[in-house]
Ligand binder design. Structure first.
Ligand SMILES: Cc1cc2nc3c(=O)[nH]c(=O)nc-3n(C[C@H](O)[C@H](O)[C@H](O)COP(=O)(O)OP(=O)(O)OC[C@H]3O[C@@H](n4cnc5c(N)ncnc54)[C@H](O)[C@@H]3O)c2cc1C
Length: 465
């Protein structure tokens, strides 16, 4: 029976990139992808990646005019709830690409590097020997197959088909993502009635509604997008009853609608166990600010390539102990900053629109200090920034611009964010001590709750949730 070094479940952005890099190190790699080649990642068309990130991760940047490339733009703004204030993040230029076509280019590159792909192959379960994962079973149109590998990498996205099959005793959390842990994204491809409008002047992100306007490529003026917990219906209600009421977009026609899901959940605490690693959306590595995950996933994947290829070269087992440094290094590189942001954002989105507008105006939380750090791996917030925010909030309350109860939520979010930061700074260097750390983390996240808890109760009632 043929044995692979790495079996990758899922051949989308994370799976293809990991396959390519591992194959380049000389590893024998197999990718099983549930869909047939024509159907991979068809749920939405245009996606973006920062040009700097693409360079950093060695992702091919197609030349202008290449059919896979749609556009390049710069300067993504953060916009206040009534559209008055815009904060410019330190965003590098962004490349807009056709997702299905780009993934097929990534798969082709991985195959040139030596990775094998089987399409129409759906993971069904692990294969164990002496209680250890030694491979997986998968189903094709022709029946069930078994494949042996030193490690199974779950890159299957939201269904997390392999991770969720792990036993409760695994270091890797085996939770299933529920509608509370998912962002339901609706994209409206639009055309403005007035042809004198420059759609790029309107681009930007509204954190309060989790909505944005962005380029859409040939044939459209813009994509108006919105994400929300629970369902697409919830997201569309927020768009129609909140955003469009407060922000006056010029008259437009919707030419096309796309829908898709992205995880909105803290990352799993440990990615690794004996013979297993969770990656990409299957490990909840999406950006807490916008739900994007294509390049943020590669921060962990890059560390994983380094650690796993070294172990393979040294002929050492791909055990939890030997791969633990992937967890620790990821926490330092990105994990702490991402999970710090979650409680803070939850506090912030409970502000009413007038309060958020005031804070935008006065550089309180909605500030260059915060937004300018969001594009990199390191948030780089200084204690002085936090102190300035707190002073600004106190002033806002005194001027009756911010409710004391709202301050309570923001301060609570900030406090919890700082506590998460400290906890993640103390992430164990080895699996010893992980159980204790996990108990503390579980308690903290139970206290923090979920962004879904901040949903509009009126809309929830209207939709019968
Ligand atoms: C509308 C929308 C717009 C977005 N825009 C952006 C953007 O502009 N930029 C960005 O960075 N991110 C964006 N995201 C997020 C991004 O799509 C994800 O973070 C990213 O696709 C995650 O990649 P992945 O490879 O980890 O998982 P996925 O892309 O979900 O891929 C998982 C793969 O696993 C396969 N699979 C599933 N089950 C099995 C099985 N049983 N056996 C074998 N294979 C299986 C699936 O078919 C799929 O190909 C957006 C998300 C949405 C919903």
């Amino acid at each position: 029976m043929e044995k692979y070094d790495v079996l990758i479940v899922g051949g989308s952005t994370t799976g293809c990139w990991f396959a390519d890099r591992m194959a380049q190190t000389g590893a024998k790699v197999l990718v099983i992808e549930k869909q047939l080649p024509d159907d991979v990642s068809r749920e939405y068309d245009i996606f973006h990646m920062g040009e700097e990130d693409m360079k950093r991760f060695g992702l091919e940047i197609p030349d202008e005019g290449h059919p896979v490339r749609e556009f390049r733009f710069e300067n993504s703004n953060m916009i206040s709830p009534y559209g008055t204030y815009r904060k410019k993040g330190a965003y590098s230029p962004v490349i807009g690409l056709h997702k299905h076509d780009y993934i097929m280019l990534m798969a082709e590159k991985a195959q040139k590097s030596g990775a094998e792909f089987i399409y129409g192959a759906s993971f069904t379960d692990f294969v164990y020997e002496n209680g250890k994962i030694v491979g997986a079973k998968y189903k094709t149109a022709d029946g069930e197959e078994t494949v042996y590998a030193k490690i199974v990498a779950d890159c299957s996205g939201i269904p997390s088909v392999a991770r969720t099959k792990l036993p409760d005793t695994s270091a890797v959390c085996n939770f299933k993502l529920t509608p509370r842990d998912i962002f339901y994204v609706v994209l409206y491809y639009i055309e403005y009635a007035d042809k004198n409008i420059n759609p790029r002047d309107l681009d930007g992100f509204f954190m309060q509604y989790k909505s944005w306007s962005a380029p859409a490529g040939e044939g459209y003026d813009a994509i108006l997008g919105i994400g929300g917990s629970y369902s697409y219906e919830y997201s569309e209600e927020v768009f129609n009853t909140h955003l469009l009421k407060n922000v006056k977009y010029p008259e437009y026609t919707v030419k096309k609608v796309e829908k898709g899901m992205t995880p909105y959940h803290r990352s799993v605490y440990s990615f690794v166990d004996d013979g297993f690693i969770a990656m990409g959306d299957a490990a909840c590595l999406t950006k807490p600010t916008c739900g994007e995950g294509c390049t943020s996933s590669l921060v962990q994947a890059e560390i994983a390539v380094d650690v796993i290829s070294t172990l393979l070269k040294e002929k050492l087992p791909l055990s939890k102990e030997n791969m633990w440094s992937i967890n620790k290094r990821y926490m330092v590189a990105q994990g702490k900053d991402f999970d710090f942001m979650r409680p803070l954002l939850m506090g912030v989105v409970t502000l009413n629109y007038d309060e958020a507008e005031y804070m935008f105006e006065n550089e309180i939380i909605f500030s260059d200090a915060l937004f300018s750090g969001m594009d990199g791996d390191d948030l780089n917030l200084k204690p002085a920034d936090v102190a300035k925010w707190l002073a600004g909030i106190a002033k806002g309350v005194a001027k009756k611009k911010i409710r004391a109860s709202a301050v309570g939520n923001v301060v609570k979010g900030l406090k919890q964010a700082l506590e998460i930061g400290t906890l993640y700074d103390n992430y164990p260097d080895t699996p010893h001590g992980f159980d204790e750390w996990k108990k503390k983390a579980d308690a903290k996240w139970t206290e923090i709750g979920s962004l879904a808890d901040t949903c509009d109760p009126e809309i929830m009632e209207k939709l019968g949730y």
